[in-house]
Ligand binder design. Structure first.
Ligand code: FAD
Length: 456
C-alpha cells in the first residue's frame, strides 16, 4: 500500500506527465469524483462573443470549460502574463519544500487551443457599451464578459518598502514569487542568528488568509527541527478580532499557537517598515462604543513577514463595476450575486476568483468550485434563460501547521465546515498527515492538469 502511494505521488509529480496520464493516475487512485471530473453537461449552441479578462486560475479554467460546453464558441482571452503561477506553492517555496521552478508553466502551454489569446492588459472597461480598452491592442467589444483579473496588491500601502525592495532589512513577503524565494533564504538565516520574528496580516481582504499563519508556523517548526527554537521569539499580529473565523477549526488553531508559544495580537494594522532600523510601525484599532480608537505603536524585529493591503484592480473600480456600499465597497470587489456570480447591474458579465465581491475566502480552491457555476450560468444567459446554478461559498484553506501536517479548513458562506470525501472519514478539526500529502503532492498537478483543463 505504502509503495502504491509512493508510486502514485512520484508519477503525479514527474515533469513530463500529460493530461491523459494525470486522469489515469487519478482514476486509479479513486480521486476522480472528488475532482468533479464525472460531471456531464450537454454542449449548447448558444452564440455570442465572450471576452475573458484575466487568464489566471479562474480565466483559463473558464475558457477550458466554456470550450467544452459550447459548440463552436467565440472566446477571446486577454492576459499579459508570460507565466502561469501555482501561487499556493509560494508558501512551500518560502519553506524550502518546493523549488521555484516547481510552481510555474509557460502561459502559452496552459492556454486552451482554439481560443483567441490577446497578450495584453485591459486598462478600461465600458460596461454600458460592451467594450474593453487594452494597453496596446485597442478597443475590443464583447457580448458577454468573464471578469477575473485577480487581485491588485497595493505594495505602496506599507510605507518604507516596495515589491522590488522586498527582503531588505529582513522584511519579507511570500505574496510575490521573488519574495517567496527571499523569504526562504531569510528564514534559514534567522534560524541561525535567532532573535525576534514578527508576523502580520493586513487590514483588507487578501488572497489566502491562511498564508501568513502558515509561514509563521513553518518558521517555528523549522527552528525546532534545527535545534534553534530557544533562540527565536515569534509573535503574530492580525488586523482581525479573531485568529480564524470558522468555528470548527479555530479552537485547534489557537491551541497550536498556544502550544508553540506564539502570542497573538489582535486588531493590529501594519502601516510601515523602517528596514534600516528594523522597526515595524503598527496601529491598534479598538472599538469603544461607536468610536474606533487608534493607538500607534512600534515593534523591533529581526525577521519580519508582512502582507500588503489588496483590492480589485483600479480599472475595475474606475469602470464602476465594484460594490458601492457595504463591507466590500472599499476594495471595489466586483458587485456580483453571491450565488449566481452574475453582475448585479450588468447581466452579461459574470465574475469569479479573487476579484469577485463575495463573502468567502479568496483561494484557488474556491475558484475550482466557482468555475462550473459561472460557466453554466453564463451559457444560460447566452441562451436567454435565467441563471440557475448557485455557489454556496465553498472555499478551502490548507493551513500548513508543520512539515508533515495540514489543518485542512473547508467551509462555506455559512462559515460551516464542508468537508470533502475522503477527508470526511477523519477528524478534520485537527491537523492531518493525509492533508499534507494532498497539499504537497496532489493539489499542484490537480491545478495544472485538471483545473486549467476544465476537468477538475
Ligand atoms: C502566497 C499565496 C498562498 C496561497 N495559498 C493558497 C492555498 O493554499 N490554497 C488556495 O486554494 N489558494 C491559495 N492562494 C490563492 C490563489 O492563488 C488565488 O486565489 C487564485 O490564484 C485566484 O485566481 P484568479 O484567477 O482570481 O487570480 P490569478 O490566478 O491571480 O490570475 C489573475 C490573472 O489576471 C491577469 N491580469 C491582471 N491584470 C490584468 C489586466 N489588467 N488585464 C488582463 N489580465 C490581467 C494576471 O496576469 C493573471 O494571469 C494563495 C495565493 C498566494 C499569493
Amino acid at each position: 500500500m505504502r509503495n502504491d502511494i509512493a508510486e502514485i505521488l512520484r508519477l503525479i509529480n514527474s515533469k513530463d506527465i500529460d493530461r491523459r496520464q494525470f486522469l489515469k493516475i487519478l482514476s486509479a487512485a479513486g480521486i476522480l469524483t472528488t475532482a468533479g471530473v464525472s460531471s456531464t453537461y450537454a454542449a449548447s449552441n448558444a452564440k455570442g462573443k465572450i471576452v475573458i479578462v484575466g487568464g489566471g486560475a479562474a480565466g483559463i479554467s473558464m475558457a477550458a470549460r466554456l470550450k467544452r460546453w459550447l459548440n463552436n464558441p467565440d472566446i477571446t482571452l486577454i492576459d499579459p502574463a508570460d507565466r502561469q503561477y501555482y501561487q499556493p506553492g509560494f508558501t512551500l517555496i518560502a519553506s524550502g519544500v518546493y523549488q521555484p521552478d516547481d510552481v510555474w508553466k509557460k502561459q502559452e502551454d496552459c492556454m486552451p487551443s482554439d481560443i483567441k489569446w490577446i497578450k495584453d492588459s485591459v486598462v478600461a472597461i465600458d460596461p454600458d457599451h460592451n467594450k474593453v480598452t487594452t494597453k496596446l491592442s485597442g478597443v475590443i467589444s464583447y457580448d458577454f464578459m468573464v471578469l477575473c483579473p485577480g487581485i491588485q496588491i497595493n505594495w505602496e500601502g506599507v510605507e518604507g518598502i516596495t515589491q522590488k525592495t522586498l527582503g531588505e532589512g529582513n522584511a519579507n513577503c511570500i505574496y510575490d514569487f521573488e519574495g517567496a524565494q527571499k523569504t526562504w533564504k531569510a528564514l534559514r538565516k534567522f534560524s541561525e542568528t535567532g532573535g525576534k520574528g514578527v508576523y502580520t496580516d493586513t487590514y483588507t481582504k487578501h488572497k489566502c488568509g491562511g498564508a501568513p499563519k502558515k509561514i509563521c508556523l513553518l518558521t517555528e517548526h523549522y527552528t525546532r527541527k534545527h535545534g534553534t527554537r530557544q533562540n527565536v521569539q515569534l509573535s503574530y499580529y492580525t488586523h482581525s478580532k479573531e485568529l480564524y473565523d470558522i468555528p470548527y477549526y479555530t479552537p485547534r488553531l489557537l491551541e497550536i499557537y498556544n502550544e508553540r508559544n506564539i502570542p497573538i495580537n489582535y486588531n493590529v494594522w501594519v502601516k510601515g517598515v523602517d528596514t534600516q532600523a528594523k522597526k515595524v510601525y503598527m496601529e491598534r484599532h479598538e472599538q469603544v462604543g461607536d468610536e474606533t480608537v487608534i493607538t500607534p505603536f512600534v515593534e523591533d524585529y529581526d525577521f519580519l513577514h508582512f502582507v500588503p493591503p489588496m483590492s480589485a484592480p483600479d480599472f475595475v473600480r474606475e469602470a464602476g463595476l465594484g460594490w458601492t456600499e457595504g463591507k466590500l465597497a472599499s476594495g471595489a470587489w466586483v458587485m456580483v450575486d453571491k450565488g449566481t456570480l452574475v453582475h448585479k447591474t450588468y447581466p452579461n458579465i459574470v465574475s469569479l476568483g479573487d476579484v469577485a465581491g463575495i463573502p468567502t475566502s479568496k483561494t484557488s480552491a474556491a475558484v475550482r468550485k466557482q468555475v462550473p457555476i459561472a460557466a453554466k450560468n453564463l451559457i444560460s444567459l447566452m441562451e436567454g434563460k435565467e441563471p440557475k446554478e448557485i455557489y454556496d461559498g465553498y472555499a478551502a484553506c490548507p493551513i500548513v501547521t508543520d512539515y508533515g501536517h495540514v489543518l485542512l479548513c473547508e467551509f462555506n458562506y455559512e462559515k460551516k465546515e464542508e468537508i470533502s470525501f475522503p477527508f470526511s472519514l477523519l477528524d478534520m478539526s485537527h491537523e492531518q498527515w493525509a492533508a499534507w500529502i494532498l497539499k504537497v503532492y496532489l493539489l499542484k498537478p490537480m491545478f495544472f492538469y485538471g483545473m486549467l483543463n476544465g476537468i477538475a
